[in-house]
Design a protein around this ligand. Structure first.
Ligand code: NDP
Length: 493
């Protein structure tokens, strides 16, 4: 067991056991794994390493809760109140949750506080409000029939989430699933399990009944796989890599044909036409688009496609902004970026950078580990120019602060390059000609398109991709469709 770093005297102890049936319990095997602060490389907690036995316990508890209707059978108004209380408790514990998130996965404390905690709370409030506003239908049949179309919860939803926005990713799945009356078993990423455990405790405090919201921390190949293969899980809501998304499709096929919704990787194209008016504003958006959250974003603006007429100037401007995104101590409220999630991930990013250099792309800035004296995992904001559209730099999701610049001549070529990856999550187009920009927006094969802006966001809009970025949508009222089913009830009058 690794030595555990002392956090601070006033930080409440981390919750480290699984949360099953309303109580914290150790893994049945007694095994644990280390939660590591990536900014120091030190373990901050030892967390229950759940496996198939624990997942089965959690699913059984969730099933009991679902079948005795202790949640699904409540008045929708009561479920709404519980979810709104939960949202409020998240806000009340904002500082603690933000600190836990930052210590566990390295993002700047100011982002954790202003973005992650706020968005998670808003998400539970939004879906809480939905509880008593979702109606069924009466089908337009002949007068001698009554055909009701009921919207019903699925039963047990397994949620498997990544480490880049641990609370938000959990909220995007758990909140609509609970709003529809399901019971949930959440498997957070092994790099960032701590806030999920605390959220489950706050949910219980808010009045969400035992067994309705369970959390099983553990390894993907153990807890995640067991959830995917479980015969009594009705649906999986997954966010993570395309590679692991494929596993969940297989698990479903090999078990009970459970529904699977996949939010997978991305390789966003940020297309800049020659006629943009304010190149400075574009450069700011590009830099923020790729360097925010250390580039650990599925929608990160990782490919800058720029008209060759303005390419040199834009590259120069973006490179000039890179120092402003240099990572600092994540606990420093002024740090613009923090540590990447782990030393292993840092190694993957640096390997991609090295391969990029070897492929003939020109390294403009960055390309190295920084703050190495801290023992943490930090990477300098990095820009490559002259990137070949078919190269690994331009095709593979790096999930780090690495920008690949590709020149084009005319928007037709830009669209072809933009659509030329396996992914289809985000895309952006910038032009003074709004009609031309909108025509490009329609031609992008992507689930989310930004016109003359980047990373605009609101809980009311659907989020998800096409192609190998997956299917199904998080956020908005459309997300509720993933967690409910239609039942037709005929009555002959
Ligand atoms: P991974 O796919 O590696 O892991 C995601 C989750 O799946 C983790 O909980 C992980 O557990 C689990 N898992 C891993 N292997 C298995 C397995 N064999 N069977 C079952 N479960 C498994 O993704 P990352 O956590 O590395 O997150 C980064 C990825 O997430 C990127 O590709 C990114 O694009 C994507 N992402 C997509 C978003 C979207 O909305 N489209 C949003 C945010 C991220 P463990 O942690 O133990 O490995």
């Amino acid at each position: 067991m690794a030595a555990v770093e002392r956090v601070s005297a006033d930080h409440p102890p981390f919750r480290t056991e699984a949360f099953i049936d309303g109580a914290f319990v150790p893994a049945a095997s007694g095994r644990t794994f280390s939660a590591v602060n990536p900014a120091t490389g030190h373990a901050i907690a030892e967390v229950a390493a759940c496996d198939a036995e624990d997942v089965d316990r959690a699913v059984k508890a969730a099933r009991r809760a679902f079948e005795d209707r202790r949640w699904a059978g409540q008045r929708p108004l009561e479920r709404k109140r519980a979810l709104l209380r939960f949202a409020e408790l998240i806000r009340t514990h904002r500082d603690e949750l933000a600190l836990t998130e930052t210590l566990n996965m390295g993002k700047p404390i100011s982002d954790a506080r202003a973005i992650d905690v706020r968005a998670a709370a808003d998400c539970f409030a939004y879906y809480g409000e939905c509880c008593d506003k979702i109606y069924g239908e009466v089908a337009p049949t002949t007068d001698d029939n009554l055909a009701l179309v009921l919207r019903e919860p699925l039963g047990i939803v397994g949620c498997v989430t990544p480490w880049n926005f641990p609370m938000i990713m959990a909220a995007w799945k758990v909140a609509p699933a609970l709003a529809m009356g399901n019971s949930v078993v959440l498997k957070p990423a092994e790099e960032s399990p701590l806030t999920a455990l605390r959220l489950a405790e706050l949910a219980a405090e808010a009045g969400i009944p035992d067994g309705v919201f369970n959390v099983v921390p553990g390894l993907g190949v153990e807890a995640g796989k067991a959830l995917g293969l479980h015969m009594d899980v009705d649906a999986i809501a997954f966010t993570g890599s395309t590679e692991v998304g494929r596993y969940f499709l297989r698990y479903s096929a090999e078990s009970n044909i459970k529904r699977v919704a996949l939010e997978l990787g991305g390789k966003t194209a940020f297309v800049v036409a020659h006629d943009v008016k304010d190149l400075g504003a574009v450069a700011e958006a590009v830099a923020g688009g790729i360097f925010f959250n250390q580039g650990e974003m599925c929608t990160a603006a990782s490919r800058l496609l720029v008209d060759n007429r303005i390419r040199a100037e834009l590259v120069e401007r973006v490179a000039a902004l890179a120092p402003r995104w240099m990572p600092g101590d994540p606990l420093d409220p002024d740090a613009p970026a923090g540590a990447v999630v782990s030393r292993e991930h840092q190694g993957r990013i640096l390997s991609a950078i090295q391969a990029g250099g070897a492929s003939g792309a020109r390294l403009v800035t960055g390309g190295t580990a920084v703050r190495t004296e801290t023992g943490g995992a930090f990477v300098a904001p990095t820009v490559f120019d002259d990137v070949a559209p078919s190269s690994a730099l331009a095709q593979n999701e790096i999930f780090g602060p690495v920008l690949s610049v590709i020149g084009f001549d005319g928007l037709d070529e830009a669209v072809e390059i933009a659509n030329g990856t396996i992914y289809g999550l985000g895309a952006s187009v910038w032009s003074a000609d709004l009609a031309a920009a909108h025509k490009v927006a329609r031609r992008f094969k992507a689930g989310i398109v930004y016109v003359n802006c980047f990373d605009a966001d609101d809980i009311t809009t659907p989020f998800g991709g096409v192609k190998q970025s997956g299917f199904g949508r998080d956020k908005s009222l459309h997300a509720l469709e993933k967690y409910s089913d239609l039942k037709t009830v005929w009555t002959r009058l």
